[in-house]
Design a protein around this ligand. Structure first.
Ligand SMILES: [Zn+2]
Length: 145
């Protein structure tokens, strides 16, 4: 009689088997946001908290360089943000650019006459307020000085 399961019981078991894997079940980060358990186990916090930690490593003015790098400034309509993605660093902003790189918001590019180009990363574009479309544009430009 073990194999003589009722139709309802079979359906119930089928649905139980459809539950997501345990590491995809949402849990709560300490900030209160739901996050996949896998993310919490790997990083100890949700993506928003991880981003906040990275932003906290910047100093005042660093993010302005990122916005400038991407043309994400009030001089340009938001739909054009990301039309450029390069910044030729000078001695004065070298430390700021290195903090942006360390936080993952920018990466070093080519060297020109002992000056170093930098480009915003995908997360840097998002931090600057670019939408997905403008981020794609900016990243496609990043390789070129
Ligand atoms: Zn969080």
């Amino acid at each position: 009689m073990i194999y003589d399961l009722s139709r309802a019981e079979r359906q119930h078991r089928a649905i139980s088997n459809e539950k997501p894997a345990p590491n995809l079940v949402p849990k709560r980060c300490t900030c209160g946001k739901a996050a996949p358990a896998k993310v919490l186990v790997q990083h100890g916090k949700c993506h928003a908290c991880q981003l906040a930690d990275r932003v906290a490593t910047l100093e005042p003015g660093d993010a302005d360089l990122l916005l400038f790098m991407l043309g994400a400034t009030p001089h340009w309509p938001r739909v054009r943000w990301g039309y450029r993605n390069h910044y030729l660093v000078n001695r004065r902003d070298r430390a700021a650019m290195e903090r942006l790189v360390a936080a993952g918001f920018a990466r070093a590019g080519a060297v020109l006459l002992q000056l170093q180009y930098f480009h915003a990363t995908e997360v840097g574009c998002r931090l600057a307020g670019l939408d997905a479309k403008r981020t794609r544009v900016a990243l496609s430009l990043g390789a070129r000085p």
